[in-house]
Ligand binder design. Sequence first.
Ligand SMILES: Cc1cc2nc3c(=O)[nH]c(=O)nc-3n(C[C@H](O)[C@H](O)[C@H](O)COP(=O)(O)OP(=O)(O)OC[C@H]3O[C@@H](n4cnc5c(N)ncnc54)[C@H](O)[C@@H]3O)c2cc1C
Ligand code: SF4
Length: 479
Amino acid sequence: MAEASEESTHVLSSKHRIVYFLSSMRHFRDHLRSIEIPIRYHSLKNPDEASSLTDLLRKDIHELNPLQVSLVKPGDFRVEASIRSVCLETGLELNIREDLHFICKENQFEDHAANRKSLRLEFFYREMRRKHNILMEINIPTGGSWNYDKENRESFKKTGPPRSPPLYQQTPDRLTREVISLVEKRFPEHPGNLTHFHWPVTPRGAQSQLDKFVSEGLPLFGRFQDAMWQDQKTLFHSLVAAPLNLKLLDPLKVVRQVEKTYSEGNAPLAATEGFIRQVLGWREYVRGIYNMYMPNYRESNFFEASEPLPNFFWTGETEMACMKSCLGQVLDTGYGHHIQRLMVVGLYSLLRGVNPEEINNWFLASYVDAVDWVTTPNVIGMSQFADGGLMASKPYSATGAYINRMSNYCKGCQYNPKESVGPKACPFTTLYWNFLDRHRERLSGNQRMIMQIRNLDRLDELKLKGIRKAADSLLYQSN
Ligand SMILES: Cc1cc2nc3c(=O)[nH]c(=O)nc-3n(C[C@H](O)[C@H](O)[C@H](O)COP(=O)(O)OP(=O)(O)OC[C@H]3O[C@@H](n4cnc5c(N)ncnc54)[C@H](O)[C@@H]3O)c2cc1C
Ligand code: SF4
């Protein structure tokens, strides 16, 4: 195992993310040693250590003279390619093993995709439900429907969440505290603030966080899955992405635990199905897309977007209350829930026309659960529509009205989500119309965009001129 500093710098990595990865690795190392499995561990503590995985592997091959190199399929094409190159160079056989921390095998996804004109989550998800007999009554989905999404889109009343969400607060142990000070010393310039670090770094810690979610969060997870509320960072979400991606939890066991909670009468069906769709469906689906379409997928740029990423993404210093809240929270915790990522941060980047690779690198840097196989399809495909429709059937484009409906951010904002021009114009609303206007031709071929384009056509030319001008000045404004 190796703590290679290049893994934290090839794209920038936030302090939270580095601590999370290194502390989990060190806990795993100690566990292996405690059960007497020999392990060679390269620690960042030693400043003389070579700083890339390839250099460390070369060094180990030289000293250990192995017969072959075996590794579990990495979640990052770059890592697989670099290890492959060292094996080629040293003439060693490379043995890549299936990653058993996923429910869907690689060839199973390929079989699913074969002979299909287009890929859609819904078909894959139904196949997975049947194959693993999850929420199924013989051949019929439990409750008679595959999908309860319509019941899962509520926003909060004016008074906010109906009750307190679960509080996930794991106290850092000695090993984690050591890693926190190492990261402060080695990566002082990296984004993020480590005053609070509460992520579980062992399978046991991850399980106790999951248990808390299942008993306190799951019953309201579905209903308020898309809702946002100022200063409420995690709401009724599970926070399992990070421990799942670091292999501290087994995804099929997570799904079965949640299904059991429903069958014992402790969670509604819509919430249970909604959660299972995320883990059994979306999580496995995006991995399948990544494995099928990388490495070229990363460079997709359907809208030819070329704006640089504004600097405030790294500081959270902006007048937009929604962005300030979502960015500030990521810097403080390394976390944001799906709608904050998709319909605030990702949406702003899409409407502004930020280069997809730049925003992808920002997402990779910022969230503790970021790993290339899951971040890249979500950003390039789902959020930026840069793949032209492979992941999503239409771009997730909306005005500030969506954010206003799903949160209370706009209440504390100097802008007005209804206005597209003038001093109070909401940047989301201005940029939304400008986005449709700029890409009218590209978008009009998409059946699911017809309503949005029709609404654009209803704007008179004078209004549109004003919007174009306002959008230009937003882009030229300093960050
Ligand atoms: C722009 C963008 C970037 C994203 N980047 C990442 C990332 O780097 N790492 C990551 O794990 N997820 C990513 N996601 C997916 C999703 O937003 C996160 O998994 C989720 O917000 C993590 O919070 P949670 O664990 O509380 O999830 P919950 O809301 O409690 O959902 C339960 C679980 O379902 C799974 N899940 C839900 N949606 C997805 C999805 N679209 N893709 C994969 N798994 C999903 C996750 O494992 C998640 O933990 C991204 C989504 C978008 C739109
Ligand atoms: S008014 Fe616009 S910028 Fe302000 S919080 Fe609402 S959506 Fe965000």
